[in-house]
Design a binder for this molecule. Structure first.
Ligand SMILES: *[C@@H]1O[C@H](CO)[C@@H](O)[C@H](O)[C@H]1NC(C)=O
Ligand SMILES: *[C@@H]1O[C@H](CO)[C@@H](O)[C@H](O)[C@H]1NC(C)=O
Length: 194
């Protein structure tokens, strides 16, 4: 129920902000932290690396991972929190047990997550369907948000995202990605923004 409400809220918000779409080009999302922790009791991961890219102008994040066994089924937990300097932080999402395989094949109905997943295709070699073959280096590199399709962040804000990656119910990875939406510093028009 909470989920549905969030999705509806975002859609309404999106429609409303379309009217002010011009101003959105003035915002960038930069990434300020990306860390992962292995929680891989069964030794399924052969490689895991998370970090920030070196781009000074628009820092992004990188994630690399490789598995010793094929990934047949996986689940994702994801929590997005907008910290606030005063009052309680705002939890935008707190989703547990998202079925990873149906997420890949785009059967997931949550608009916001679909957006992120489609965007991810451009920056990642993550397979479109399960199973994921073993011994392949999977990556997300230089991810850039499409601010035109991010209606919820048409203002300067920090965003904290925690995620877990589980395979067959066993948690393999706990990760944290921190980002900031900020007004573009340069006054020069950036026509290559996408
Ligand atoms: C990044 O986040 C991790 C986990 O919260 C934290 O331990 C680390 O100090 C942070 N690094 C920076 C540079 O803020
Ligand atoms: C997120 O949801 C899980 C499962 O419903 C719950 O255990 C956890 O306390 C929640 N975390 C936050 C910060 O709301």
């Amino acid at each position: 129920m909470y989920l549905k409400l969030s999705a509806i809220f975002l859609l309404i918000f999106a429609g409303w902000l379309q009217q002010g779409a011009n101003s959105k080009a003035n915002f960038d999302m930069i990434f300020t932290n990306c860390t992962c922790r292995r929680e891989d009791a069964q030794g399924m991961l052969s490689h895991l690396k998370c970090g920030l890219s070196k781009s000074v102008r628009r820092p992004s994040f990188n994630i690399e991972l490789m598995f010793r066994e094929p990934v047949v089924r996986f689940q994702v937990n994801m929590r997005i929190v907008l910290p606030r300097s005063r009052g309680e932080d705002f939890t935008l999402f707190n989703l547990t047990g998202i079925d990873g395989c149906s997420l890949l094949s785009n059967k997931n109905q949550i608009a916001f997550i679909q957006l992120g997943r489609e965007r991810m295709d451009r920056f990642s070699n993550v397979p479109k369907r399960c199973p994921w073959p073993k011994d392949v280096l999977y990556y997300v590199r230089g991810f850039r948000s499409d601010m035109q399709s991010m209606p919820a962040f048409n203002f300067e804000a920090d965003m904290n995202l925690w995620f877990d990656f589980l395979s067959n119910g066993n948690k393999l990875i706990h990760g944290f990605i921190q980002s900031r939406v900020q007004r573009r510093r340069s006054s020069k028009k950036d026509t290559t923004d996408d």
